[in-house]
Design a protein around this ligand. Structure first.
Ligand code: PGA
Length: 257
């Protein structure tokens, strides 16, 4: 059985006070709903990197993991402003997003850099959550599958099976991120199935065990129909992960499948 994962990507939002209040409330609701006892559910929260250390303290004595939103492609040295993979490990990070569309678009991140970042993370036993997804224009031009396959292949074609067994993929159609427009469950399922078939060309057991998350305007109302799809193993949640009630309802819904 594949692991179910709900990861909350706070992006550049929040503050120390916000995080403290959020965690106090979330831990209470999660205990009431028995979210933290569900053996097949991994909850991950990803605040801005400057808050990771504090977040690690706040999630202590729970099985919530913390994730970074980005990592340097370099190991150490004169790279002002960068945060290395070993530093993320020091803060207690077990996960890190890589190749989020906002990084690909706004910060011109390339597939090559993404491979380097994944390499840095794997060296420090941090599990990469590889984000892939097509733009609206690419979908309208019938290129969605080609674009996503290319992004997947850039990483899955580079590492060996053992390394790749540490990865999680998040399919996030760019047109659905922060827009309130979600892919239909059928559209999402079709792409998740394609991604899994593509990975199966490298290894069928790897494809079978790979958790593929859906991201893009996931909320408490649409989560259930998305999570009911055979190849959707959870969600990467942006805006809705900043609201305790909404985020806990999303976590609750994935347990049912
Ligand atoms: P959203 O963001 O849920 O606000 O659309 C998802 C993401 O960017 O990871």
């Amino acid at each position: 059985m594949r692991r179910k994962i709900i990861a909350g990507n706070w992006k550049m939002n929040g503050s120390l006070d916000f995080m403290q209040d959020f965690m106090a409330d979330f831990k209470k609701v999660a205990a009431e709903k028995a979210l933290l006892d569900a053996s097949n559910l991994q909850i991950i929260l990803s605040p801005p990197s400057v808050f990771l250390h504090k977040m690690k303290l706040l999630v202590s004595e729970s099985n919530i993991d913390i994730a970074a939103q980005n990592v340097s492609s370099y190991e150490s040295g004169a790279y002002t402003g960068e945060v290395s993979s070993s530093m993320l490990l020091d803060t207690g990070c077990k996960w890190c997003l890589v190749g989020h569309s906002e990084r690909r678009t706004l910060f011109s991140e390339t597939d090559n850099e993404i491979v380097e970042k994944v390499e840095q993370l794997l060296k420090n036993n941090i599990q990469p959550i590889l984000c892939v997804g097509e733009t609206l224009k690419e979908r309208e031009n019938g290129q969605a599958n080609t674009v996503v396959e290319h992004q997947v292949e850039a990483v899955f074609g580079y590492f060996d099976e053992q390394a790749l067994s540490n990865l999680v993929v998040a399919y996030e159609p760019v047109w659905a991120i922060g827009t309130g427009k979600t892919a239909s469950p059928e559209q999402a399922q079709e792409m998740h199935k394609n991604i899994r078939s593509r990975v199966a060309e490298h290894s069928s057991s790897l494809a079978e065990s790979l958790s593929i998350l859906y991201g893009g305007s996931v909320n408490a109302s649409n989560a259930q129909s998305l999570f009911a799809q055979k190849d959707i193993d959870g969600g990467l949640v942006g805006g809705a992960s900043l609201k305790v009630d909404e985020f806990s309802l999303i976590c609750e819904q994935v347990i049912n499948f």
